[in-house]
Ligand binder design. Sequence first.
Ligand SMILES: O=C(CO)COP(=O)(O)O
Length: 256
Amino acid sequence: KKMGRKFFVGGNWKCNGTVAEVKKIVTMLNEAEVPSEDVVEVVVSPPFVFLTLVKGLLRPDFQVAAQNCWVCKGGAFTGEVSAEMLVNLGIPWVILGHSERRLLLNESNEFVADKVAYALSVGLKVIACVGETLEQRESGSTMAVVAEQTKAIADKVSNWANVVLAYEPVWAIGTGKVATPAQAQEVHYELRKWLQDSAGAEVAASTRIIYGGSVNGANCKELAAQPDVDGFLVGGASLKPEFIDIIKSDTVKKNV
Ligand SMILES: O=C(CO)COP(=O)(O)O
């Protein structure tokens, strides 16, 4: 079932860290024994100001991601960082559409989709985040919400090869309330089916759908064992040694 979908573990450091703390985390990552990059893709995402530092110190089998970028070509956009600048610095990945930006900074589905399309067009790989709020889940609109968020992206993106889709239920982010493996699997399965109907069987079979929201060293294995969970986007725990356990969580043989 997971044939061809390499396990993906992202660490979203959010707005955290000092130079000293960042160096400590990188040292912890560099010293860890983990499966090879042929088996698991590890991408850590420090704040913009630490990207170059982290990229310079980080082991070569791990990659870096920015947490956001501007929606089009750079220019007179005070305070923004353009996709071209990330390419120029050799930053291969960018996280777009994180719920903290959708909700706190009012990024709309269309704005996020425009960012995804633009970032891809300049050669970045994108971790595109979708997810419902607690209110939306309780009103039974989870699938409608995530399908709408994904559709906005699919309307502007035809090549999904450089996209990882992150399902991050807002109620599970930073709350310690992780989705159950069954809850995660249900949405991942539906998202894959949606991709199949909208973008074709090949895109559905090859696109990684990762889960984010209170993933930790203790709950990662059971989540990773779900057939449609292709990895994680980790917040809080990505700053701690248990991130290594999460990187190693895909122990179940699924390619059978
Ligand atoms: O938002 C997240 C990753 O992008 C998840 O954050 P937590 O792992 O801290 O819940």
